[in-house]
Design a binder for this molecule. Structure first.
Ligand code: HEM
Length: 437
């Protein structure tokens, strides 16, 4: 794909990242290459290639250098940017903390916190669902992963700091040439201040856990006390993993829920189906994790929402050696963007892709999809560690909300679509009017 003689595709990409991916694949096929300033980028939505990168050749692909450089001051060497032997060790140490039994035990907290949020609302008032769901997801992560009942103050500090970091990192990513961290620009100073605020909260929890020397059953305790033959994690590694989990574990889910709210508000017939199912199964009581297998429509809604408006709209890899995958030559050092949002709108696999149709997610339909066609949580060994956690959290929160509150948008409100580290509706938020059933 040709672009501007100097910028290549960099300016188009920065102007509207998701539209660039969607249009690019529509016009140039399942795999295309485009230059962004000094870098040739490969964009992929072919399921076979995606599956090969995620599964077959996963060890031959790392996170891209320039992205790691940008993430370093923020996530350090946490699980998301880590690679190679260091990633393998950390993954092995942390994975038991995401055991199904442990995650299942968090379901009641998710329901209680959702009820607590709704209890604060009043009939007829306007609420920004992006803000509400962000605060809720952060409270859930803080309680379940760190065992701290985060005060509203901490929640706002983390939210504002992450918003600053996310905006600056994505602007840097567009430029493809990260500004060095020591460069005394206003943005670097803002980024450092934001990171320091979250570090301060992590340090507080760490000091407290170390002093008390008790495993409280939360993931942070697991990380503080877990050991292998090399011993435990260093303080720096623990800080990086905690930062990574706060970042990866709440914005992604909060924004996925915000888009689900939006899609439901636009499709009252789907809300009616959902409420019908919830009514039959729960008969007015709170949902428990044991109810989830009996709520298939709820799961379909979540899957369809993650297809059409995925919060993690793309992710990237860099080849560590020359390879040929499905006939495509990939040179060592090649950066590849896996365009999850473009994959979800591929008419080859999804009939009327722009339609929000949860009913399409039957078992037969899922079986008919080629491997690699639907990977909102990535796949293979680098699959999202919080996948079960997020799938459960989204369903528990929706089941609780939908029993009490009607999904809607305030009169005349339409959200923006802002693609930073995750896709969200921007500063105008997702305005809704509170209507209790
Ligand atoms: C709807 C919600 C979520 C979505 C769509 C999502 C999606 C993803 C994706 C696509 C990746 C791969 C990124 C890459 O390879 O560059 C990833 C990685 C990761 N996610 Fe999630 N995620 C979600 C929620 C969560 C939650 C709730 C947690 C933790 C509680 C979490 C923790 C992680 C971690 C630790 C990784 C790195 C895994 C590794 O490379 O070993 N995520 N996620």
């Amino acid at each position: 794909m040709k672009g501007h003689w100097f910028w290549g595709c960099a300016r188009d990409l920065a102007a509207d990242r998701t539209q660039f991916l969607i249009d690019g694949h529509q016009e140039h096929g399942e795999v295309f290459v485009s230059r962004a300033l000094i870098r040739d980028l490969m964009f992929v939505r072919d399921p076979a290639v995606v599956n090969a990168i995620n599964v077959t050749y996963w060890a031959d692909f790392y996170k891209p250098d320039y992205i790691k450089m940008m993430w370093k001051p923020f996530l350090g060497n946490g699980l998301v940017p880590n690679d190679g032997e260091s990633w393998k060790r950390q993954h092995k140490l942390i994975m038991p903390g995401f055991h199904k039994k442990r995650v299942d035990a968090y379901a009641q907290t998710m329901v209680e916190f959702t009820d607590r949020m709704v209890d604060r609302w009043e009939e007829g008032e306007q609420r920004d669902m992006r803000l509400e769901l962000n605060a809720l997801a952060l409270e859930v992560v803080a309680d379940t992963l760190f065992d701290i009942d985060i005060g509203r103050g901490d929640s706002e500090t983390i939210r504002d700091a992450l918003a600053d970091i996310s905006e600056i990192l994505v602007t840097d990513a567009d430029k493809m040439i990260p500004r060095p961290d020591w460069w005394p620009t206003a943005e670097n100073r803002r980024k450092k201040r934001a990171i320091a605020k979250i570090e301060e909260i992590i340090r507080r929890v760490h000091d407290e856990r170390r002093m008390n020397k008790t495993d409280r059953g939360d993931l942070f305790s697991h990380m503080v006390f877990v050991e292998d033959e090399q011993g435990g994690m260093s303080d720096k590694q623990l800080r990086d993993e905690a930062m990574t989990l706060i970042f990866a574990g709440h914005e992604t889910t909060a924004h996925a829920l915000t888009w689900t709210w939006y899609l439901l508000a636009k499709n009252p017939d789907k809300v009616a189906n959902m409420r019908d199912e919830l009514g039959k199964v729960l008969q007015g009581r709170r949902a428990g994790v044991e109810d989830l297998p009996n709520l298939p429509y709820l799961e379909m809604v979540v899957k369809e929402s993650l297809r059409l408006l995925p919060s993690v709209w793309a992710y990237a890899r860099q080849a560590q050696r020359d390879l040929v995958i499905e006939g495509y030559e990939i040179k060592k050092g090649q950066t590849i963007t896996i365009s999850h949002i473009a994959m979800g709108r591929n008419p080859k696999y999804y009939e009327n892709p722009m339609e929000f149709r949860p009913e399409r997610w039957t078992r037969e339909f899922e079986r008919s999809l080629p491997r690699g066609a639907y990977v909102p949580f990535a796949g293979g060994p680098r699959v999202c560690l919080g996948k079960q956690f997020a799938m459960m959290e989204m369903r528990m929160i929706l089941a609780t909300l939908l029993q009490r509150i009607e999904p809607n948008l305030s009169e005349g409100f339409e959200p923006d679509f802002v693609t930073e580290l995750s896709m969200h509706p921007g500063e105008r938020g997702m305005q809704a009017d509170v209507h209790f059933y």
